[in-house]
Design a protein around this ligand. Structure first.
Ligand SMILES: Cc1cc2nc3c(=O)[nH]c(=O)nc-3n(C[C@H](O)[C@H](O)[C@H](O)COP(=O)(O)OP(=O)(O)OC[C@H]3O[C@@H](n4cnc5c(N)ncnc54)[C@H](O)[C@@H]3O)c2cc1C
Length: 401
């Protein structure tokens, strides 16, 4: 399956991490990480920092899966609003999931600060628009529960929304804890750093096609017949993790994104906030460090990559129209557009940790619009598990919830 197609901005903007290094011989390592996207690279980071020997394997060119297509907004708000998630997983679990998500943005910031790599990480405000009167009702309920549980949030009525953000609409929730980055630069920056600092073994174009459970670990088999022996395996294979899962846990969607040509910084919207809305599928937007506008949304259920790609031109027009509805005065010309595959879970939460009964196979599946913050949490939970450190997030995000 192609994870995306079209012209994904980050792999045009950044120099490709042109690392052609397939596995040529059998290999032995303590922890084998399958996937070199933002999840696999954050897992590798946490393990390298803890001194746990690990190696990363990817069937593609490094970090060119969903990570290269991501619009890379970092928000503590999960796709399922807290007031609705409480009904799905219980109040305590939902509140803990939201707090973990909030903390993970700071943790991501600290990871890149510590290794002195700057993947264009920038703190920005987040504005969650009510798309209509019904959306406003949802935001009012959401505001109450977030205040009750100590989550940072402000309520903007129609006047405040217009005065502070130049948007006409019934109202919005705002917070100042969000961030944005360049996810491709983040993943490749982490891997480069650990290759240099910790001799991290990294293998591209190495497809793991089968695995055998052995006493004390696994043997992974590659497409061209090599064997990798490991004590533990971490599945950070994104939306292709299905091959390793006993049953499907996510629904796949096609999603669309584009960037505009750059404009003068003064022409952009106030605070360069992340903007999104209550409608489903939602529309969202951010800016880039070179003053482009990056917008996305228009998700539809994924059937196959051909159908997803055929819709691209039509979806570009719809996204443009959505942007003009919010900021008709900002000049907007599409420069590059792409589509990707995206998946979601029923309760909006990721799946992190071992499948029940498989104690040495850890999944790091950060699905949904918060995939990246979930990747950070997965990397920490798995590191803690390997070090025997108790982490209550294992229960919140585990398969047994
Ligand atoms: C258009 C779009 C916009 C998005 N916007 C946001 C956003 O604003 N904020 C956010 O948090 N998230 C967003 N996401 C989601 C986010 O990008 C993903 O959650 C994240 O990139 C997933 O990273 P990953 O490393 O888990 O997966 P990937 O980047 O897909 O990496 C998985 C890797 O595993 C490799 N692999 C798979 N199977 C095998 C195998 N059998 N053997 C070897 N290698 C294998 C693949 O080649 C791939 O490189 C967006 C996604 C898309 C598509």
């Amino acid at each position: 399956m192609d994870l995306h197609s079209g012209l994904a901005y980050w792999i045009v903007k950044n120099e490709l991490f042109d690392y052609f290094h397939p596995l040529r011989d059998d290999f032995v390592i303590d922890v084998a990480i399958i996937g070199s996207g933002i999840t696999g690279s954050l897992v590798a980071h946490e393990l390298c920092m803890a001194g746990i020997p690990c190696a990363v394997f990817d069937k593609r060119t490094i970090a060119t899966g969903s990570t290269a297509a991501s619009t890379s907004q970092l928000q503590y708000e999960i796709d399922v609003p807290l007031c609705e998630m409480m009904d799905k997983v219980g109040e305590k679990t939902a509140v803990k999931a939201y707090h973990a998500s909030l903390q993970s943005i700071t943790d991501i910031e600290e990871v890149f600060h510590a290794i002195r790599v700057n993947p264009d990480f920038k703190r920005v405000s987040s504005v969650y628009l009510a798309s209509n009167r019904r959306g406003l009702g949802l935001l009012e309920r959401e505001y109450e529960v977030r205040i009750k549980h100590g989550l940072p949030v402000e309520f903007l009525d129609a006047d405040a929304l217009l005065a502070n953000h130049r948007i006409e609409g019934p109202g919005a929730l705002k917070n100042r804890e969000a961030a944005q980055m360049d996810c491709y630069q983040a993943a490749t920056g982490l891997l480069r750093h650990h290759i240099k600092q910790h001799d991290l073994p990294l293998f591209s174009h190495t497809d793991i096609v089968a695995y055998e459970e052995k006493k004390g670990g696994y043997t992974l088999l590659t497409g061209d017949g090599k064997a990798i022996r490991c004590k533990y395996v971490v599945i950070a294979a994104g939306f292709e993790a299905g091959r390793f899962l006993p049953r499907q846990v996510m629904d796949l969607n096609s999603t669309y994104a584009l960037v505009s040509q750059p404009v003068e910084a003064s022409q952009l919207w106030p605070e360069r906030s992340l903007i999104w809305e209550t409608a489903h599928p939602y529309f969202y937007m951010r800016t880039t460090s070179d003053n482009r506008m990056m917008i996305g949304g228009e998700d539809v259920a994924f059937k196959n990559a051909e159908r997803r790609d055929r819709l691209l031109r039509w979806k570009i027009k719809r996204l443009e129209r959505q942007f003009r509805r919010i900021y008709p005065e900002i000049p907007f010309t599409v420069d590059m557009a792409w589509c990707g595959t995206f998946s979601s879970t029923r309760d909006g939460l990721p799946f992190i940790g071992p499948w029940p009964g498989k104690k040495r196979m850890f999944f790091a599946l950060g699905y949904g619009g918060n995939g990246i913050t979930f990747s950070m949490i997965a990397a920490q939970v798995i590191k803690n598990k390997l070090m025997g450190i108790k982490d209550e997030r294992e229960r919140i995000f585990g398969f047994g919830r």
